[in-house]
Design a protein around this ligand. Structure first.
Ligand SMILES: Cc1cc2nc3c(=O)[nH]c(=O)nc-3n(C[C@H](O)[C@H](O)[C@H](O)COP(=O)(O)OP(=O)(O)OC[C@H]3O[C@@H](n4cnc5c(N)ncnc54)[C@H](O)[C@@H]3O)c2cc1C
Ligand code: FES
Length: 332
């Protein structure tokens, strides 16, 4: 069964009852519904319900401020239509999915430890794995409430392989549930989503900046850019905490390339083992290390919200890098 959703003065689409959120129904129909995180954290998918009924999946979702709630705003990624509806939202072509999202029951093929708290997960689906470097998928770990976003670290492939690098968050419901899944078990995978994907319509050199598990999408962007012919250089900055996190950066050695240079920045290096590399915040090292002017590059970055906010301020306010050259995911 499906419910029809009409956007006031705009398109109409259907949403599968009991299964789809309003946002996923819209994106699956190719509608340019505004969104960013898909998991209730950012507020980009706010809309108003004009008529009909909707169920709210996560009442306390932080993407909605108290003021928004009082004004009757809702989050499309946390709303499920329970009747035909009319809604009010301003859509834009830039939000239309670049690859049509789909949903599968995926099998966990392999889990490989990279650091004490980060592992690479390889999931298999029965169709070709199609996504752009830098995009993410929604995973639904059994026992955890709701979906969580995880970025792919590999490239599209005909073998149906979706790879993720996931950090086990202390006390985190979803990440711990994912580490408990056994090889051979199934998990629902829905994707791809996200706009921080590799742009190939220009020849600008690329700066990738990864903080913590933001390493996954940046690895995919670097892999994608280096797989393309041409002379585009990739400078990869990885901000980690201590030497214990260096296992992840070994993945960069695997993609060693004459057009790739890498810089590891440790925020709190342990004195007990030697470290001669950069220290401090990764965005400070980026500003120190790359040649001016900064607006000659295409920037990609992913990781914790404070890191993403600091880089945005650095690029867009301090160095006037045009918004169109800045692509990022905030890991909320
Ligand atoms: C675009 C994007 C890409 C990401 N990519 C990666 C990645 O590649 N690797 C990685 O390790 N992490 C990634 N993350 C972070 C990841 O999605 C999780 O936030 C992280 O694993 C912690 O989840 P947790 O459930 O373990 O922790 P928790 O602290 O239990 O939950 C973390 C977050 O989940 C959300 N949440 C909590 N309760 C609910 C609920 N009932 N319904 C829906 N959502 C809820 C909230 O936003 C909360 O802050 C990404 C996040 C985003 C937004
Ligand atoms: S996309 Fe819905 S809150 Fe981020």
């Amino acid at each position: 069964m499906e419910h029809q959703v009409t956007i006031e003065g705009g398109e109409a689409f259907s949403v599968a009852a009991n299964e789809d959120t309003l946002l996923r129904g819209a994106l699956r129909a190719g509608v340019g519904f505004p969104h960013e995180c898909s998991v209730g954290g950012c507020g980009a998918c706010r809309f108003e319900l004009v008529s009909g009924t909707m169920e709210t999946l996560w009442l306390e979702a932080p993407g909605l401020a108290e003021r928004d709630r009082r004004r009757g705003k809702r989050l499309a990624c946390q709303s499920r239509p329970t009747s035909n509806c009319t809604i009010r939202v301003r859509c834009a072509d830039s939000y239309r999915p670049i690859v049509d999202p789909n949903r599968w029951s995926a099998v966990l093929l392999n889990r490989r430890a990279l650091t004490p708290d980060m592992s690479e997960f390889t999931l298999h689906v029965p169709d070709a794995a199609q996504f752009r470097p830098g995009q993410y998928a929604l995973l639904y770990p059994p026992m955890a409430q709701g979906a969580r976003a995880y970025s792919m670290s590999n490239l599209s492939n005909g073998d149906g392989l979706w790879q993720f690098i996931i950090r086990r968050v202390p006390g985190g419901a979803s990440s711990n549930a994912l580490f408990d899944i056994r090889v051979g078990e199934r998990i629902t995978l829905d994707g791809p989503y996200g706009h921080a994907f590799l742009r190939d319509e220009n020849e600008r050199d690329i700066i990738c900046i990864a903080g913590g598990s933001g390493f996954a999408p940046m690895l995919s962007v670097a892999r994608g850019a280096l797989a393309q012919p041409g002379s585009r250089r990739v400078s990869f900055f990885y901000g980690a905490r201590t030497q214990a996190d260096l296992g992840a950066s070994a993945e960069l050695d695997e993609i060693a390339h004459e057009r790739l240079d890498t810089t590891i920045v440790l925020s709190t290096p342990q004195v007990s083992s030697p470290w001669r590399g950069a220290t401090g915040f990764v965005h400070e090292e980026v500003e120190r290390a790359i040649a001016r002017p900064l607006n000659r590059y295409e920037f990609y970055f992913a990781g914790p919200a404070p890191m993403v906010d600091a880089i945005q301020t650095l690029l867009m306010q301090k160095h006037q890098v045009p918004f169109a050259q800045v692509h990022f995911d905030r890991f909320l």
